[in-house]
Write a protein that binds this ligand. Sequence first.
Ligand code: AMP
Length: 133
Amino acid sequence: MATIFEMIINGDIPSTKLYEDDLCIAILDINPVNKGHALVISKECYPTFTDAPIETLSHMMEIARRIDQKQREALKADGTNIMINNSPASGQEVPHLHIHVIPRKEGDGKTPVMPKGKYEDGEAAEYGELLKL
Ligand code: AMP
């Protein structure tokens, strides 16, 4: 079954389009964290970030950076959150690669986007060993 983003790319359902090229489109998120919240969506349906070729990811990051700049200029955003929910366990609802670019204002009350935890004694070293590249 086609994802909602494939339907948008195919023009079967409407969207507010900000940008389009051969590799990706950018649209407004229908339920924005803040108004102007944009999604950069791959044209090919890669279910997750992990599935996509690096050339596509790097191109999409460049478009995300241009949207970040536009949000700072046109919306006077003080900052942005640029994030990818990667697989359902992370909160990914639509299994089709997309980058969120969320405009942020000082004191907009949306912080923290990521709740913070902490390590017990010695745990950071253990995780550091597990994750060394
Ligand atoms: P994620 O949880 O990272 O998969 O994000 C999916 C995003 O897609 C959510 O922020 C939704 O609000 C957004 N979304 C879902 N349907 C639409 C739609 N028809 N047009 C624009 N954004 C959508």
